[in-house]
Design a protein around this ligand. Structure first.
Ligand SMILES: C[C@H](O)[C@H](O)[C@H]1CNC2=NC(N)=NC(=O)C2=N1
Length: 99
């Protein structure tokens, strides 16, 4: 199975077991990150941007002062794929570096 194939409900549930900060909402994975201040939040966004570009898979990011809302979905597939789980883990690493 390719990384851009839609995952089943069970595969998503299983994948989220190792991503406790994330929740599923329909066709997307959501996480909020609270950084210590605005520059720290922007550093998280910058680190995520580098990773996202490298994997050619991009999150939707809502920036509100030091709070970031990430929404992950594979637009071409219309839902959640292995790429979204992979990106979620990378976002966790970037967020942990600024926690
Ligand atoms: C051409 C390029 O590979 C595609 O447009 C990529 C870019 N980044 C993407 N990001 C996300 N989240 N979903 C996509 O379907 C997607 N497609």
């Amino acid at each position: 199975m390719g990384t851009r194939d839609l995952l089943s409900d069970q595969q998503i549930t299983d994948g989220l077991l190792t991503l406790p900060e994330w929740r599923r909402e329909g066709a997307s994975l959501l996480r909020t990150v609270q950084a210590k201040d605005f520059p720290a939040a922007i550093r998280v966004v910058d680190a995520v941007a580098v990773q996202a570009e490298a994997m050619d898979h991009h999150p939707d990011i809502d920036i509100r002062w030091r709070t970031l809302h990430f929404t992950l979905s594979t637009h071409s597939a219309g839902g959640i794929t292995a790429l979204d789980l992979r990106l979620a883990a990378l976002i966790d690493t970037a967020a942990a570096a600024e926690a």
